[in-house]
Design a protein around this ligand. Structure first.
Ligand code: M6R
Length: 609
């Protein structure tokens, strides 16, 4: 979850590392630090708080041509200056930044303590710094290999040796690490975001590999010390995509990008075959005939990606008529899941680095299963290790609260369901109808965005409530869960999503004048049932907010507040119903003065289990 970056070259590393850290801040932001070598001295500066706090404390005079930096999401030890990284060896000659968790740190710490090493911090990372000192006898690569051999757990590491100012060493096991190859400069980071202002030429370090960089060379070796050759890739994302532009927050910018993002998800038409009423998706690595061997599908993800996976399951069952279930990756991984020849798995992840999903994917693959990825970050670990997959092309998502990735994931599932459905039961005419429903979505999202002020007013009315329920049924039930997640993660208001049918089995006990319920009521089979559920809330004096594509007077009569969205086919309705919920959460959090883009306790990329 933490962000790490290293630089070596002819320029002053300080502004490069600080700028890189800001681009990584979404990964963790409770403390940060920088380590540099200058005039044969290793200097380390660390501060609790956001990167801006560290920045203020840095003197303009510090510089160095090689350095490492870190932004932290605490796992071991409190949030304070001492536990911030870099962590430094006892003799002050080796500094380390680390993203991940060392599972056996406690036994290593006892052993090192008994050998005389004095620990300053409560972190697991400090054991790495001391181990490196212990094994260092002049050859830094040897010391790294010996130290790594002692570690159980996950790490993305960048190491600075005072005795070798012309090199940086990186190592990876389970936490991402990418090398940026520049002109007379080289960078290492947990994320390409941090590099692309300097170079677009990158390569990825794989698990159990270490990489040694100088300003004009690199060498990657595996655990057996054999050299691994690397293919340089070009990163296509534009710098503007990493800027807020005229928006106050990345989250708002990303919400407003969604019409365009949906167009990109179907390749501006390139992923559609309108004449045949179907979709075509390259990269799945499945022979056409193999599609008929799919007996069932399992979709998985975490958080918002899991809710997209739930909608995916709904779409695949309804349109392709293939039995499908959605699971949280963290549960699937440890429940001895059944893997059979006819089962196809989908791993959904914006970042492509979520460890819960990655470990579940690896478990399934190790048992012979086939896992396809639905990812946003090009070149991410899940994208690379999956057996095939589809990029959602949402562009960089910076706000911790996921918005545009969600609708793109849903849109890609719609394409998959359409493609598989057309191979089975969906006739051409219905396929064509589905395509026109999807391609109408961007303009319909724009219509909702034009009414953002209505949602701002609504947010101001409800911002002081302590609890809010989100209710719906069918394909919009996961949207209710997503609406509640958005609200709780950025406003800290307690919000829960339920299927409206389930509330009478318990949750309705929560309803009173102080607990409003937000209903998503779309035309379709459960419309009347949802009206009945609204009645049940009203009967208990609960306030009702309705988001609906129907102007039926009964909804207006039953709701205290009503927000109209454009009509659509039920199967694409989540692409519209979620938009007002995103804006509702955003405006509440902003009105309450919360840190919308970097909510407390969270990080954008969750690389611990
Ligand atoms: O990168 P991923 O899509 O795998 O991330 C999964 C979740 O951590 C993520 O969706 C999280 O729930 C968001 N903060 C929700 O807004």
């Amino acid at each position: 979850m933490c962000g790490i970056i290293g630089y070596i070259g002819n320029k002053n590393a300080v502004p490069i590392l600080m700028e890189g850290l800001k681009r990584l801040e979404y990964r963790g932001y409770d403390s940060s630090g920088i380590g540099l070598i200058n005039r044969k001295k290793l200097s380390v500066h660390k501060k609790e708080g956001k990167i801006s706090v560290l920045e203020k404390t840095l003197s303009k005079t510090i510089h160095g041509k090689s350095g490492i930096a870190h932004t932290r999401w605490a796992t071991h030890g409190q949030v304070n200056d001492i536990n911030a990284h870099p962590q430094v060896s006892a003799n002050g000659r080796i500094a380390v930044v680390h993203n991940g968790i060392i599972d056996n740190y406690s036994s290593l710490k006892s052993r090192l303590t008994s050998e005389g090493f004095k620990f300053q911090s409560e972190t697991d990372t400090e054991v790495i710094a001391h181990l490196l000192q212990k094994y260092y006898t002049g050859d830094p690569e040897e010391a790294v290999q010996k130290a790594l051999a002692q570690l159980d757990g996950t790490y993305g590491l960048i190491i600075l040796f005072l005795d070798h100012p012309d090199i940086l060493i990186g190592a990876r096991n389970g936490s991402p690490l990418v090398v940026g190859v520049g002109e007379k400069e080289m960078l290492l980071a947990s994320d390409v975001n941090a590099l692309i202002a300097h170079t677009r030429q990158v390569f990825y370090v794989e698990d159990r590999e270490t990489v040694l960089i100088t300003k004009d060379s690199y060498k990657t070796v595996n655990m057996n010390n054999s050299v691994v050759s690397k293919q340089i890739e070009k990163i296509e994302w534009e710098m503007a995509e990493f800027e807020k532009g005229d928006f106050n927050h990345f989250m708002l910018k990303e919400i407003f990008e969604q019409p365009e993002v949906i167009r990109r998800s179907y390749g501006g038409g390139g992923r559609l075959l309108p004449g045949f009423g179907t979709a075509k998706l390259g990269g799945l690595n499945i022979e056409k005939s193999e599609y008929f061997d799919i007996d069932n599908i399992v979709t998985m993800g975490m958080g918002t990606a899991y809710y997209a996976a739930m909608i995916g399951a709904y779409l695949l069952e309804n349109m392709a008529r293939i039995p499908t279930v959605a699971e949280q990756s963290s549960e699937l991984r440890y429940r001895n899941t059944i893997v059979r020849k006819g089962t196809l798995f989908f791993a959904v992840s914006q970042s492509g680095e979520t460890l819960d999903t990655l470990t579940a994917m690896r478990e399934i693959q190790n048992r012979g299963g086939r896992v396809l990825g639905i990812c946003n970050s090009v070149g991410s670990t899940i994208a690379r290790e999956s057996d095939g997959g589809v990029y959602i092309h949402a562009g960089p998502e910076i706000a911790v609260a996921s918005t545009k990735a969600f609708i793109s994931q849903v849109s890609v599932f719609f394409l998959l369901a359409l493609m598989l459905g057309r191979m089975r039961d969906i006739p051409t005419s219905a396929g064509k109808q589905y395509i026109s429903e999807l391609t109408a979505i961007p303009d319909k999202i724009s219509e909702i965005l034009e009414k953002a002020d209505e949602l701002k007013t609504l947010a101001n009315k409800y911002k002081h409530y302590k609890n809010i329920l989100f209710l719906s049924r069918g394909i919009n039930y996961p949207v209710a869960l997503e609406g509640a997640l958005k609200l709780k993660e950025i406003s800290y208001i307690h919000a829960e999503g339920f299927s409206a049918g389930d509330i009478k089995h318990g949750p309705i006990a929560l309803v009173n004048e102080e607990t409003p319920s937000l209903f998503i009521v779309t035309k379709g089979e459960t419309f009347d049932k949802l009206l009945g559920n609204m009645e049940e809330i009203k009967a208990r004096k609960g306030k009702v907010i309705a988001i609906s594509n129907s102007e039926d007077n009964r909804i207006k009569d039953l709701s205290d507040d009503f927000f109209l969205i454009p009509e659509s086919h039920e199967m694409v309705s989540p692409l519209l119903t979620v938009i007002p919920l995103q804006l509702f959460a955003y405006y509440i959090a902003d009105a309450l003065g919360k840190d919308v883009d970097q909510p407390r306790n969270l990080a954008k990329t969750v690389t611990v289990e």
